[in-house]
Design a protein. Sequence first.
Length: 393
Amino acid sequence: MRSVSVFGATGSIGESTFDLLMGQGGRERYRTVVLTGGRNVARLAEMARALGAELAVTAHDECLPALRAALAGSGTAAAAGRSAIVEAADRPADWTMSSIVGAAGLVPGFRALSHGGTLALANKESLVTAGPLLMAQARRHGARILPVDSEHSAVFQALVGEDMATVEHITITASGGAFRDWPLERLARATVSEASTHPNWAMGQRITIDSASMFNKALEMIEAREFFAIEPERIEVLVHPESLVHALVGFRDGGVIAHLGAPDMRHAIGYALNWPDRAHLPVARLDLARIGALTFRAPDPSRYPALRLAREVMAEGGLCGAAFNAAKEAALDAFIDGTIGFTVMPEVVEAVLEALSGEGALGNAPGDLDMVLAVDAMARRRASEVIARRQGS
Ligand code: NAD
Ligand code: MG
């Protein structure tokens, strides 16, 4: 029996992972070690019962009594709090899904790699903030990181049997998000609910807003750099409103391999779950004759400043990714709670990067996780100062 753990089981990726685990045999085939979630303890307990999990952990201490009650008689142990999630990652599992949202996913994923199993990585923030550390940790313990982000799974699949030395470019596609056709002057007044609707994908709220601002694609450019060890100049972004081509890899002989599929994360999750096999997966099949046309365009730099910032982050390297992600998370929080407008988010991030980089705080390569977490905290503090100055704009 294969042992599995899911960090962030109650989220959008976590639900899709649960769906696949159940569809592929559930507790007959998998021994579930850990499931973690947030405040939705009823759902967490339901999943733990269905899979017969050994341990369920909520991120919130005050939710522990409710989780205990929901698990009564199930045989699943309950725990709560940030450190309980990290400790849960010390329980070995053959396959671990890292699908907590944000920098909070970094330490659990890092610890899970120490068992030498497979880490299915949806939490792109881990690679953006601490890519070299994560890759070194995997090598040290003979663990494997498999991409779950659809674009990176697509690239990974296009590269099977290929030599990286022959790759000219990696192109990841972007739908363009909720505002791709809005007049630019309207963007400043975009509301949270308008930004929380994605044209093609059903995802958690934070990544959906990040898709509208293209901060998601900015993170994904850095994720691609870390994952495939490719120079930033070879990473391209292409707006593709239909979201059916997920990525393209161009080779030095002029050939391009594209990966297509329905916009359903169960494909990429299922690929990482069954790799190196391909299992039958419950995703819609493409009918290209019916679809007829696929369209592409270059991203408009004035609409998406996040993409320029990603290039600057990659050029500077060091701890810049950690500061970039943390400032982005703080700006996103401020947009969600109504403190700043949609177009102020990239301005906040840029101001934080300029300040910290001007002080020489970001030049060093991340030596260990503590360095990364310190920069993360520093960038959040700086962001809250910038946000306080920009409040209401
Ligand atoms: P989500 O908001 O739907 O779910 C997040 C999960 O993490 C929940 O289980 C939540 O309880 C938990 N969580 C949130 N904050 C936490 C904290 N501080 N500590 C511990 N647990 C916490 O998010 P999602 O859309 O499923 O995205 C998860 C990750 O996968 C993100 O890194 C995202 O960028 C990535 N991703 C998502 C999609 C998608 O289709 N949703 C696609 C590609 C990549
Ligand atoms: Mg993606």
